[in-house]
Design a protein around this ligand. Structure first.
Ligand SMILES: Nc1ncnc2c1ncn2[C@@H]1O[C@H](COP(=O)(O)OP(=O)(O)OP(=O)(O)O)[C@@H](O)[C@H]1O
Ligand SMILES: [Mg+2]
Length: 337
């Protein structure tokens, strides 16, 4: 099996504490369409522990953003949470009313939405955008204290104090993205969800923003869910990886084990498709027929693309089960379920 990046990852202890900050159980989010429900997230279960970064990966359309939006109850119509629990401090977010939700968003869980840096208000100075985010939740603040707090946030994300008075168009992409990170941590949340925070940036800036996230995590002890495609960046930043395919979580493991020995056939394809200069191997294509999300086949979700498919896979859904310490996989190859 390919060991791309595994050599770059220290064989680290699973990071974070045993304290669970988010528990997602059996989450289902469907989008209603005239031809039936698109099952964007279909029975997803995972936990996030205090002080860890979990990478959420998978190809475009597999349900990463929908999962993130559902955790904050921000799924827009025609989408809806069909089933599941989203537990924070034993409170089920799926059952809160709007007023209760406002107390949790930003203060407990914050989101850096996909494409956030392009959504900064072009006619507002950075200080006012961050200040607004703080005052919306905490009410009007004494001017000097607010200024110091904003400057401290900018410094936490590695931005110079002159950014305080600047407008978004005066900043580079990487700087704008760091402003978004500053806004996400402004109210000291326990969990930050960053949806593809580096996708629109060049590789050097991607690394800088990645380092900023890591630094923020280490300094503040927040937990993070980092959504992305870049497996190299994941290898450098995250403690565990959750792999999604067609609305399902198919593998969840510590990053070292996942790169060294990916278990799910989809994870294997994903890692085999990382180009390597050293090996100069032919690129393995992960393309193939994906089923219609409105009409999933009985059995395993990956059966149409899986090189190891058996009759059982065509009829029995493989549950996500722990097959070794810190290793969960949804595949009949690894258990008799
Ligand atoms: N408003 C909508 N109506 C119908 N289907 C939708 C809607 N929004 C999203 N979907 C579908 O839900 C599925 C999951 O979408 P989602 O945006 O969560 O994927 P993603 O993994 O974040 O993809 P990307 O990597 O491209 O950001 C996709 O198949 C998408 O087509
Ligand atoms: Mg997305």
């Amino acid at each position: 099996m390919s060991v791309n990046f595994a050599h770059e990852i220290d064989e680290r202890r699973p990071a974070g504490t045993d304290q669970v900050v988010l528990q997602v159980e059996g989450l289902k989010v469907y989008y209603a369409t005239p031809t039936g429900d698109v099952r964007a997230v279909d029975d997803v279960t995972f936990q996030i522990r205090e002080g860890e970064i979990v990478g959420l990966v998978g190809e475009s359309g597999c349900g990463k953003t929908t999962t993130a939006m559902a955790i904050l109850r921000l799924v827009q119509s025609p989408g809806r949470i069909v089933d599941g629990r989203i537990l924070v401090d034993d409170v089920d977010i799926a059952r809160l009313n709007e007023r209760e939700l406002r107390q949790i968003r930003w203060t407990k869980i914050s989101l850096i939405p996909q494409g956030a840096m392009n959504s900064l208000n072009p006619v507002m100075r950075i200080k006012d955008q961050i200040g607004d985010a703080i005052e919306t939740h905490e009410g009007r603040q004494p001017r000097q204290a607010l200024k110091e707090r904003i400057l401290s946030l900018l410094s936490t994300v590695g931005l110079p104090s002159r950014v305080y008075k600047m407008y978004p168009h005066e900043l580079s992409g990487g700087m704008k993205q760091r402003v978004c990170i500053a806004m996400a941590i402004a109210l000291n949340p326990t969990l930050v969800i960053a949806d593809e925070p580096t996708s629109a940036l060049d590789v050097v800036v991607q690394r800088v923003v990645g380092e900023t996230l890591l630094d923020v995590k280490n300094r503040l002890g927040v937990s993070m869910i980092l959504i992305g495609h870049d497996m190299g960046l994941m290898a450098q930043l995250v403690d565990r990886i959750a792999v999604m395919y067609a609305g399902h979580l198919v593998e969840l493991a510590d990053v070292y084990s996942l790169f060294r020995e990916p278990l799910h056939p989809y994870t294997q394809l994903l890692i085999d498709s990382i180009p390597s200069i050293k090996e100069r191997k032919p690129l393995k294509l992960t393309e193939g027929i994906t089923h219609d999300l409105r009409n999933p086949p009985p059995g395993c979700i990956f059966q149409l693309r899986c090189p190891h498919v058996t009759d059982k896979c065509r009829t029995v859904v493989p549950p996500l089960l722990e097959v070794a310490p810190s290793r969960e996989v949804a595949c009949h190859l690894y258990y008799d379920a």
